[in-house]
Design a protein around this ligand. Structure first.
Ligand SMILES: O=C(O)CCC(=O)C(=O)O
Ligand SMILES: [Fe+2]
Length: 216
């Protein structure tokens, strides 16, 4: 399950953040690339701890859909990256372990308005082919870290985003999808009909499934 979540961060906040980032010191993206990914990574980044990363990270962590869809146990390597004109990140796999943390999900949060750059698609490959996203400012793509993926060359302007990885209490993508679907059905039943007998059964099953699968 790949989720595109819109408007996770409001535009006012992002505009202030972009002003600050214009003056911030970025370092080479090679610092955090795995030994094979180094061959294809060409960008700049700011790594945590950093006040702007803290602020965005907190907002992301508090977002209801992020909480329910990802069930985060830990976040790791949250960083802000920038691809200037001509820069890209070729096809690669992200490391399964970053320090002690298992990477179950990856996310990208768009910071630059789409109209300010061209290219820079995030492309995810699977056996059926590939799919690409250009994320509007404030939008998040949340995806299992299991796919080969790349960032296409930026052909005009610069693309700034925040990326990072999540270790989930639900290790398997299918578990996360089933829990999210059940949760969604339970919420809809509650909103449409109130706390019915059906709601109680959905709630019972949802919570017992989550309890059965959750590992921390
Ligand atoms: O910037 C992105 O959207 C993804 C970057 C990426 O694949 C990575 O940093 O490993
Ligand atoms: Fe990656």
């Amino acid at each position: 399950m790949i989720l595109h979540i819109e408007n996770v961060i409001d535009r006012g906040t992002l505009s202030v953040i972009r002003d600050k980032l214009a003056k911030a010191q970025f370092t080479s993206g090679l610092e955090s690339a795995g030994w094979a990914a180094k061959q294809v990574k060409n960008n700049q980044q700011i790594r945590a701890p950093h006040p702007l990363i803290d602020l965005l990270h907190k907002r992301l962590e508090q977002h209801e859909l992020v909480k329910v869809a990802a069930r985060p146990a830990n976040f790791v390597n949250v960083m802000i990256n920038r691809y200037d004109q001509g820069q890209a990140y070729g096809t690669h796999m992200d490391d399964a372990l970053m320090g002690d943390t298992r990477t179950d999900l990856s996310f990208t949060l768009g910071i630059t308005p789409l109209s300010d750059y061209e290219g820079g698609e995030l492309v995810i490959e699977d056996s059926s082919g590939e799919r690409s996203w250009r994320l509007e400012q404030g939008d998040v793509l949340l995806y299992p870290t299991q796919f080969l993926h790349r960032v296409n060359p930026v052909s005009k302007g610069s693309r700034i985003a925040m990326v990072g990885w999540i270790e989930s209490v639900l290790r398997e993508p299918q578990q996360r999808e089933m829990c999210l679907d059940l949760y969604t059905a339970m919420r809809q039943e509650f909103e449409q009909h109130g706390k019915t007998a059906q709601f109680d059964l959905l709630s019972k099953t949802y919570n017992n499934l989550l309890r059965r699968w959750a590992k921390r």
